[in-house]
Design a protein around this ligand. Structure first.
Ligand SMILES: Cc1cc2nc3c(=O)[nH]c(=O)nc-3n(C[C@H](O)[C@H](O)[C@H](O)COP(=O)(O)OP(=O)(O)OC[C@H]3O[C@@H](n4cnc5c(N)ncnc54)[C@H](O)[C@@H]3O)c2cc1C
Length: 474
């Protein structure tokens, strides 16, 4: 099967690769098949993986520009990659493509304490940036679960979210400007350095979440915040997901501004407990993890308000602590969801499809009730965790990947959950992106006018269709 095939060009011959190598820095071009294959997919399951012609590990912006000039000249597809931690197949190889990996462009160029901004190359790992900024009394809040392994460039290209978004917003809220390499190799600056600016269309905003379909981001200017205060952390234990969902709705509509509000169902908590000891109770219907970083006693008051609302909605137990060690342990438990599920599904046949629907918070109770109906109607398992404060939930469909019937049922279940998100006025993807995984669903969410506008923008910026063909807008 041809993967990601477009009207793009000819096979990449050795002669053409020789021409490319002459334009690149030493050792940037990789033609070893095993290495290319090792770089050919991200973390998503059940997405096509094509056979790339070559891998370029860019050593500088000049390498990126050279790849794009070459790709335009010969109409060769290019798949830009950061750390390949994506969950939608957006960084997967397409047939005949050059994989353009920018992870080595990982310098923190400048930290401006006065203006609270920094300029970074795309390959900087999110957590490395956080740690460096802390030494300057600054913070960059966006914190996807992959914070320790994903790149800022990948975070920008997917508009990554995470746990802090309920109070501090998503990646786009921090991106002020960027330098991009366009498909023809032109290097250009988009956006601004300043706190405000409305000169022309928001082209930097357009590139945020564009999944490598418009250009290659080679430098980013981020707005920062002062170092965040240590939070008070609370845990609420509920008999079921509906009562936890109603608690989220009530708490958030009370004017509360928690810095984290995460939810896990009983199955997920069971998997975490099987994975490690994080001090979570056994046999829970659902668990809410909440933090407040409001100053002084305001944080404790906010969690007391959470406790009152949770108990009124049927919580069996609520406790909280301002000991940083407790906070770290509970957040580590939440971060363990991914490896804990991986461990669990290994014994089930290895299949895991992670939904990413986001619904209005007011409809979370209804979402969980109907999700339970979907799960009950199928033989595959569904375990749910997510960023409840944003209404962004990740029901994971768990199944036997070696069994065709199980795979087929998992795909149907995965789709029904996306449809549920749309039925409730939500979106098919809150933060993981469209990539290959949800490409067929984009047209169900966007109306005809929006689809046509997106296609027009794509063809205006990338008229040959060489950037990440077949993904998202393809
Ligand atoms: C355990 C785990 C937990 C996760 N938790 C979260 C979460 O809480 N929230 C969340 O939002 N995501 C989460 N993710 C998904 C993933 O980590 C994010 O999408 C992340 O932003 C991807 O970064 P990356 O460097 O790995 O990018 P990649 O996977 O390499 O690429 C992702 C997309 O960005 C494009 N791209 C990458 N770099 C550039 C660039 N410089 N210029 C142009 N395009 C580029 C690629 O073409 C691709 O389309 C999680 C993933 C894992 C494995």
């Amino acid at each position: 099967m041809s993967v990601g095939a477009t009207e793009t060009g000819a096979a990449v011959t050795d002669t053409l690769l020789g021409e490319l190598a002459a334009e690149l820095s030493a050792e940037a071009l990789v033609t070893d098949r095993d290495v290319i294959d090792a770089y050919s997919s991200d973390k998503a399951l059940f997405c096509p993986v094509g056979q790339a012609a070559a891998l370029v590990r860019a050593g500088g912006v000049d390498d990126v520009a050279a790849v794009m000039r070459f790709a335009t000249k010969h109409r060769i597809p290019v798949v830009t990659q950061g750390a390949r931690t994506g969950l939608s197949g957006a960084a997967n190889a397409v047939d005949g493509a050059i994989l353009l990996n920018v992870a080595k462009l990982n310098a923190i160029i400048d930290i401006d304490e006065v203006n609270q901004t920094c300029r970074v190359q795309p390959g900087v790992i999110n957590q490395d940036l956080k740690m460096t900024l802390a030494g300057h009394g600054l913070s960059y809040p966006p914190d996807p679960g992959s914070v320790a392994i994903s790149t800022i460039g990948g975070n920008v290209a997917t508009n990554a979210g995470g746990m802090c978004c309920v109070k501090y917003g998503v990646t786009k809220d921090y991106v002020r400007g960027m330098t991009v390499v366009l498909p023809d190799g032109t290097v250009t600056k988009l956006g601004r350095q300043t706190a405000k600016g409305v000169a022309g269309l928001d082209l930097a905003g357009l590139f945020v979440g564009s999944e490598g379909t418009l250009g290659v981001i080679v430098e980013i200017t981020l707005g920062l915040r002062p170092l965040l205060a240590a939070p008070v952390t609370g845990v609420g234990i509920f008999p079921n997901m509906e009562s936890a969902g109603r608690t989220v709705t009530e708490f958030m509509s009370s004017g509360a501004a928690p810095s984290l509000l995460e939810l896990m169902d009983g199955a997920t908590v069971g998997m975490i407990n099987a994975y490690g000891d994080f001090g979570l109770p056994d046999e829970v219907g659902a668990l809410l993890l909440v933090q407040s970083d409001a100053p002084g006693q305001a944080g404790v008051a906010e969690l007391e308000s959470f406790q009152a609302i949770a108990e009124a909605q049927g919580a069996a137990e609520v406790f909280f602590s301002d000991d940083p060690a407790d906070s770290e342990m509970f957040v580590a438990a939440r971060r363990a969801v991914s490896p804990a599920m991986e461990q669990y599904v290994a014994g089930l046949g290895g299949g895991e499809l992670i939904d990413d629907v986001c619904v209005p918070r007011s409809r979370l109770g209804e979402f969980f009730a109907r999700l339970a109906d979907i799960a009950a109607a199928h033989t595959v398992e569904v375990a749910t965790a997510g960023h409840a404060g944003d209404g962004n939930m990740h029901p994971s469909v768990l199944f036997d990947a070696s069994d065709e019937a199980s795979v087929a049922e998992a795909k149907v279940t995965f789709a029904e959950i996306m449809q549920l998100g749309l039925d409730l006025g939500g979106t098919i993807t809150g933060e993981h992106g469209v990539g290959y995984l949800k490409k067929d669903w984009l047209g169900r969410e966007l109306d005809a006018g929006a689809q046509s506008l997106q296609a027009s923008i794509k063809s205006a910026v990338d008229p040959l269709g060489i950037l990440n063909p077949g993904k998202m807008l393809g």
